[in-house]
Design a protein around this ligand. Structure first.
Ligand code: CP
Length: 386
């Protein structure tokens, strides 16, 4: 994944846990925006995944493209470079019969001369849906608050929720024999990046076991990527763990964070992310290779230590032979990172079709094998929006 060169300021909006009360998930309408998976219930997240899988089948198996956003326009704001996220949003929008516009760094007003609220208001009147990859989480939150149309978070320094959806889809498609998703363990190896934190959010939401195997000082409970004094980071880390614990209370999931490799034993999915760049500008005197290598490099020995059938995942881009060895990344049996990259598109297509103002499916005269699944998945989304 893309790594930010500077780390976050105090988040103006950390997380609001919604939809929960007294340890029970309550019914709630689908939120307008997709900023954080903690804003959604497990049922809503799985319904979006079902829609994504049904559309994937319709397109890949039958060549049927469900034009659910016919003539609609998506605005894509990128304050940083991107391969997977940009391509996924753009092609998904085309698949749905709509059009995507790309605004690269410095090409539109975004909190400069014009206030963010004014920009959001205008963009919301010109577009049907928006996505933004931002330097600062508060900006994607501000866009969502100021815009009348749905806004999707394409990654901030805090989290990467569309990555979470692609990752969950990949795990659902690759469940170990005889296991449900709730029976599975995902072990994240290395630094508490926004992808690591996002995985803690989605795994705990779904009811999985989430493990972070990482060095002290680089664990989610240490404050993830948050910048501040040691006390501020510790306080922030405590809040992050409270979110995870609250999710687990509802879902039956669990969270383990440790620098002891024993914690990854039995993991079904081994996941890692880059080490480079996270601290280059803001933490003096610390060389990431000294911190992470070789203990936290994912090798085939580590994969086998976790279990003979453990699968490898990575959000990409990877720095080959730093956080992961070639033998793992390129192993056709163990590595899921390539299908995981493709699933960014299939899951993002579902997010767009869920949150966007849908046009009628109009497939009465068309036969395709995924038709019943696709209609059922759409009915479920409509029910959740009612
Ligand atoms: N994983 C991911 O977000 O990749 P990109 O930075 O290429 O979009």
């Amino acid at each position: 994944m893309m790594v930010l060169s500077t780390r976050g300021v105090m988040f103006e909006r950390l997380i609001v846990i919604v939809g929960t009360t007294g340890g029970k998930e309550i019914d709630m309408a689908l939120p307008k925006d997709f900023i954080d998976t903690n804003d959604f219930t497990k049922e809503q997240i799985l319904a979006i995944e079902d829609l994504g899988l049904a559309m994937k089948k319709a397109i890949k198996v039958d060549g049927y493209y469900p034009h659910l956003l016919r003539n609609k326009s998506l605005g894509m704001i990128f304050q940083q470079v991107s391969t997977r996220t940009r391509l996924s949003f753009e092609t998904a929008m085309t698949d749905l019969g709509g059009h995507a516009q790309f605004y690269g760094p410095g090409t539109i007003q975004l909190g400069g001369h014009e206030s963010l609220g004014d920009t959001a208001r205008v963009m919301g009147s010109l577009l049907d849906i928006m996505m933004a990859r931002v330097d600062r989480h508060k900006d994607v939150v501000g866009l969502a608050e100021g815009s009348a149309v749905p806004v999707i978070n394409g990654m901030s320094e805090f989290n990467h929720p569309t990555q979470e959806m692609g990752d969950l889809m990949t795990m659902l498609e690759n469940l170990p024999e005889g296991k449900k998703i709730e029976d599975c363990t995902l072990a994240f190896i290395g630094d508490a990046t926004q992808v690591c934190l996002s995985l803690m959010f989605i795994c705990s939401k779904i009811g999985m076991k989430f493990v972070q195997f990482g060095p002290k000082g680089h664990q989610i409970c240490d404050g993830a990527l948050h910048v501040g004094t040691e006390e501020e980071r510790a306080e922030f880390g405590k809040k992050l763990m409270e979110i995870g614990d609250e999710n687990c209370k509802l879902s039956g999931g669990s969270i383990v964070i440790s620098d002891d490799i024993e914690c990854i034993k039995g993991a079904d999915f081994i996941y890692t992310d880059v080490w480079y760049g996270l601290y280059d500008e803001e933490v003096e005197g610390e060389n990431y290779m000294d911190v992470f290598y070789p203990k936290y490099q994912v090798t085939m020995d580590m994969m086998n230590f976790a279990g003979p059938n453990s699968k490898f995942m990575h959000c990409l881009p990877a720095t080959r032979n730093e956080e992961v060895a070639d033998e793992v990344m390129d192993d056709p049996e163990r590595s899921l990172c390539w299908v995981e990259a493709e699933n960014r598109k299939h899951s993002i297509r579902a997010l767009l079709a869920t949150l966007g103002a849908r046009t009628p499916l109009n497939d009465e005269g068309v036969e395709y094998s995924a038709k019943a699944e696709l209609h059922a998945a759409l009915d479920k989304i409509c029910e959740l929006q009612a």
